[in-house]
Design a protein around this ligand. Sequence first.
Ligand SMILES: *Cc1c(COP(=O)(O)O)cnc(C)c1O
Length: 234
Amino acid sequence: MSEISERLAAIRERLNAACARAGRDPAGVELLAVSKTFPVEAIRAAMEAGQMLFGENKVQEVLAKAPELPSRLRWHLIGHLQSNKVRKVLPLVEAVHSVDSLDIARDIQRIGGELGLFPKVYLEVNLAAESTKHGFKPEALRDGGLEALYQLDRLHIQGLMCIPPFDPTPEKTRPYFAQLRAWRDELENLGGAPLPGLSMGMSHDFEVAIEEGATIVRVGSAIFGERAPKAPVL
Ligand SMILES: *Cc1c(COP(=O)(O)O)cnc(C)c1O
């Protein structure tokens, strides 16, 4: 498991170097360690190496793992959230990166109210209009969507999140990251409220994402190793 601490150290070094290239303060970029499909022992190894922030894409996995680990760990949900799971997951996570529809945002508003919570959220944007992916069309946010979301006072909207089409060459993904930042700027102007957060960049392209303004990068396999192709959920 010391392999995990070595990989983590290498990622932090690359993160700092990317910040230096972009003239950014590393304090402005959070590393979300995506632990999906990996057991609590792997998470504990990362924790012992100083990592406190973890991401999971399935509610069941957060529910199973969080109670097994120290409560000072912070959890973010990064995968599609179904409305019937909102009540279970909200008390466990600090942020939801995958708010991908007005309906789920309204569920979070209602249940957050019942539970006395003000969850941080990112609005997932489907930049390439991929039918296989969730997310708001950016034009829909511009044309009334953001206004409707701002009515939901329980949601602390941090900013935008994207999962660009996969390309093994990170440079090919750069335009998507730049686009997300441009949409953020436009929506900030339109909504008259800051949207400082940009959740973008994964194991193979997080450095490019940082150069384009990411404030939180979601890194899994580069820390924990390759995931089994069809890993069962627990
Ligand atoms: C799995 C996942 C990641 C991490 O992917 P890696 O390539 O392993 O770094 C990031 N974001 C989301 C939404 C994911 O589902």
